[in-house]
Write a protein that binds this ligand. Structure first.
Ligand SMILES: [Zn+2]
Length: 51
């Protein structure tokens, strides 16, 4: 599972792929992948540098 953050409003969700329409904006937004891939982001599942 990946973690995604809406570039526009900051809405975060977990999914394999980002939704086409942001549930918060109700628009087609660009989603940033803020999934934690390395141990240096604190093992929280999300990268604090992004999300
Ligand atoms: Zn949004």
């Amino acid at each position: 599972m990946n973690s995604w953050k809406c570039k526009k409003c900051g809405y975060q969700l977990e999914a394999e792929t980002p939704p086409e329409t942001c549930p918060s904006c109700k628009e087609k937004c660009e989603f940033l992948d803020n999934t934690c891939y390395t141990p240096d982001c604190g093992q929280t599942g999300k990268d604090p540098r992004i999300g």
